[in-house]
Design a binder for this molecule. Sequence first.
Ligand SMILES: Nc1nc2c(ncn2[C@@H]2O[C@H](COP(=O)(O)OP(=O)(O)OP(=O)(O)O)[C@@H](O)[C@H]2O)c(=O)[nH]1
Length: 198
Amino acid sequence: MSGKVDLKVVMLGQISCGKTSVVERFIYNRFNNNYQNTIGAAFGARYLDVQGKRICLGLWDTAGSERYEAMSRIYYRDAKAAVICYDITNSKSLDRAKFWVSELQRSEESCKLYLCGTKLDVVQDDPHRRQVDYHDVNDYAEQICGKFFETSSKTGHNIEELFACIVEEYAEDNAEIIATLDKSTIILKEENKSKRCC
Ligand SMILES: Nc1nc2c(ncn2[C@@H]2O[C@H](COP(=O)(O)OP(=O)(O)OP(=O)(O)O)[C@@H](O)[C@H]2O)c(=O)[nH]1
């Protein structure tokens, strides 16, 4: 991937709630069961098409450990969208998500808020594992004028939908910027001419 980032997105949320997994599913379409904590922050990017234009999303995946809290503030600066994650199987993680919402409302007023419940597959397999009610978060999302998705990075459920919503809302609010972007292109792979059928 080359070129500049058109839309800066920051990932925030409690340690181990699943931020890196959302990014990995979205960018590489893969999932890793083994937990490896993020140190500092990581960056990934992917192109999406919106309104016939190609837009580059840059994702800053912050570390959930409170040890890196001050560092996370550097990464949300000038972000156009924040994906604030919580783990559906861990009620404390919603408190942490609410902390980040307050923080962004205070210091990044123009940053759009997207609440992302993670690990939906776990509660689909065992409903007793759910600790965060869907309707409670839905009401909270309305209250903060944000959007809300319950996702699973393991199955991929709602991951594309989440980022599609982010670019669509960005495009609606920033028509002038979108007009300056390159058109979407379909890249046709040239046949390998040396390859012969026997
Ligand atoms: N079953 C299931 N497990 C998940 C899902 N998302 C994340 N996990 C697991 O939860 C653990 C933590 O996931 P990460 O994505 O590393 O969490 P994180 O929020 O990036 O963690 P930090 O970088 O330490 O803040 C890992 O073992 C993941 O495999 C999911 O959708 N379903």
